[in-house]
Write a protein that binds this ligand. Structure first.
Ligand code: NAX
Ligand code: ADP
Ligand code: K
Length: 555
């Protein structure tokens, strides 16, 4: 597991380490580690020239010492001092070390265009403008220098890309876009959260001897090794019931394919037994595609409610299925609620619950529940026409146009959430939340839904966030953009349901499900298009291989 720590935690750990060490030791370790990475990248790129952008704090200090090491190793090195106060504004001892090593020093405040010319010549740029002490955004003098960086230069952000919010909460376009970030001691939240991950580039952690092992993480990311630690592997005393029975209320006459996708992935994830509750068309499809599934209600350990559920159905079969969905939500069993099921959520459930919205669904749910909490009438039901807004141009999440469900051969159409995406944008207004609002602050909006429902909220996207009250946020970015395809969410809900039925906590089931779903998509895609059904069929070999990896790893 990768664990990222909040700035306060890092500063406390640094203070504890510094109390035991000679002055300047931590900075010296940070600078040496940074210089070693820079040397390796210069070798990879056959670069010879280095420029350090140096701000007013210790981030600039790290950079000055690192550039001094690089100059001593024979590279042509310069630094540009960014603060308007010039030399007097930067780390004095670091500047002295750089000059002693023969580094050229340029003061941006004295001659900005000459400094920009120097920056433009560099093969490798060290961004030491600000680190964990930075406020989001770049000042104009810094932004001009950053703009001058050559497109082919390798940009290493020192600790974090300057301009980003270290906490990763606030989105900020005006920031350095790094090829790589060299961070010290431990990753910071910004490195793993959607607001900063893309601008962070490749993440390298340099050990400087601070101890955060016992400190709570702010953000976590499961890795392949966690599959071995968390995946429910049956023992010799198990039977199908003890391994967990999953009930699935999914699919409808309007969207039958979602039932196939969801039950297929639950079966592929190795659930002990599957019960399926649906209307005649998806029942027929599930019989064919997943003969293991038992059709009809019965005792289960967990439910998946909602993929492809038609909450507007008013025929007898549809109403019976909706009754089963509501009964599952009212039960004291763990439930994964996805797509159409989200429209049935009225607030808190006492039992473990995972809500799996994408940005548009989260916007609609918040609008409805917050409207209800305020006693306003601003509470649209699913399918009422208040769909998510158009894509945010800044977002890397290029959701496909809605209504692409025909791409699932033989599986009928996917979930109503997909159809809902075709609906017109709901503009910002009284009490309403838009999909763009959610994309602009995914974590903040996820937390709002957690506060309203007490559930674990899994917010889907290029980076999938799993938010649970009292737990570090889990952030998974394992999938290729090809996974943005109709029905992929139906597959995810089946995997999470299987894990909940086996007894995992909602937080572990959701994040482990997202990891395996994303890794499977990556394998199935192999760099090209994928189908949701192929992802569902890829779950079993992916889990097998991830578990085998653990068995073959040295203890
Ligand atoms: N504390 C420690 O023991 C260690 C700290 N290290 C380095 O020290 C950094 C933290 O240093 P500081 O606390 O001095 O803070 P920073 O160097 O991150 O930044 C603070 C300075 O930047 C200015 N500033 C803030 N936001 C700005 C913005 N948007 N544009 C321009 N200037 C801005 C502030 O006025 C202040 O002068 C870490 O990120 C890391 O690089 C490392 O040397 C490892 C050890
Ligand atoms: N740009 C992207 N990169 C990687 N994965 C993505 C991206 N966009 C969406 N996804 C993933 O694709 C899946 C889409 O699910 P969802 O939107 O619920 O589709 P559907 O409702 O059609 O099943 C989610 O797991 C989501 O995290
Ligand atoms: K930086």
């Amino acid at each position: 597991m990768i664990r990222a720590h909040a700035v306060e935690t890092v500063r406390a750990a640094e203070a504890a380490a510094m109390a035991q060490l000679p002055d300047g030791e931590l900075m010296s370790r940070a600078a040496l580690g940074l210089a070693e990475v820079a040397v390796a990248r210069l070798a990879d790129t056959e670069g010879t020239t280095v420029v350090g952008l140096v701000g007013a704090g210790d981030n600039g200090g790290d950079t000055l010492y690192a550039v001094a090491h690089l100059a001593e190793s024979g590279f042509a090195c310069a630094v540009v001092l960014v603060p308007t106060s010039g030399r007097s504004g930067v780390h004095a001892a670091g500047l002295e070390a750089a000059e002693a090593a023969g580094v050229m020093v340029h003061v941006a405040a004295d001659d900005g265009s000459a400094a920009a010319d120097v920056v433009a010549e560099a093969d490798l740029v060290l961004d030491g403008i600000v680190g964990i002490g930075g406020r989001p955004g770049l000042r104009p003098e810094a932004a001009r220098l950053v703009d001058a960086v050559d497109d082919d230069a390798w940009v290493i952000a020192v600790d974090l890309a300057s301009g980003l919010d270290p906490a990763g909460e606030e989105g900020e376009d005006d920031a350095v876009w790094a090829d790589e970030t060299v961070t010290f001691g431990t990753p910071k939240p910004v490195h793993l959260l959607p607001a900063g991950e893309a601008a962070t580039g490749r993440l390298t952690v340099v050990d400087i001897g601070i101890d955060v092992d016992e400190a709570p993480a702010a953000v976590e990311r499961l890795t392949w090794d966690d599959v071995v630690a968390l995946w429910p592997v049956p023992g010799s005393g198990d039977d199908k019931y003890s391994r967990g029975v999953l009930g699935v209320v999914a699919g409808s006459e309007a969207y039958p394919g979602a039932a196939v996708l969801c039950t297929t992935s639950a079966a592929e994830a190795g659930v002990g037994m599957l019960r399926y509750v649906g209307t005649p068309t998806p029942v027929g499809l599930v019989h064919q595609a997943v003969p293991e599934a038992v059709v009809g209600d019965g005792r289960v350990q967990a439910w998946v409610v909602g993929p492809g559920l038609d909450t507007d159905a008013d025929d007898t079969h549809g109403r019976t299925q909706l009754d089963a969905a509501r009964a599952a939500l009212e039960s004291d069993l763990p439930v994964v609620v996805d797509a159409g099921g989200l429209a049935l959520v009225e607030g808190r459930r006492a039992a473990p619950t995972v809500l799996t919205p994408h940005a548009g669904e989260l916007a609609r749910l918040l609008t409805r529940l917050e409207g209800a909490a305020e006693g306003t009438d601003d509470a649209p039901s699913a399918g009422s026409g208040s769909g998510p807004s158009t894509d945010d141009a800044r977002s890397s999440v290029n959701r496909p146009a809605g209504g692409t469900a025909g791409g699932q051969q033989g599986a009928g159409s996917a979930s109503p959430s997909t159809a809902g995406d075709e609906l017109p944008a709901r503009g910002p207004g009284h009490g309403s939340v838009t999909a763009d609002d959610v994309k602009g602050d995914p974590l903040g909006h996820g937390r709002r839904l957690v506060a309203l429902t007490g559930a674990t909220v899994l917010l889907k996207g290029a980076t999938t966030l799993v938010v649970t009250d009292g737990e570090p946020v889990r952030s998974q970015a394992d999938a290729p953009p090809w996974l943005a395809t109709a029905g992929a969410g139906d597959v995810l809900s089946g995997v999470i349901g299987a894990l909940l039925a086996a007894g995992l906590t909602p937080h572990d089931a959701a994040s482990l499900g997202a990891l395996v779903h994303g890794v499977t998509a990556d394998r199935v895609s192999g760099g090209g298009p994928l189908r949701a059904l192929a992802v569902a069929h890829g779950i079993r070999p992916t889990v097998r291989d991830l578990l085998a990896r653990g068995r073959s790893a040295p203890s």
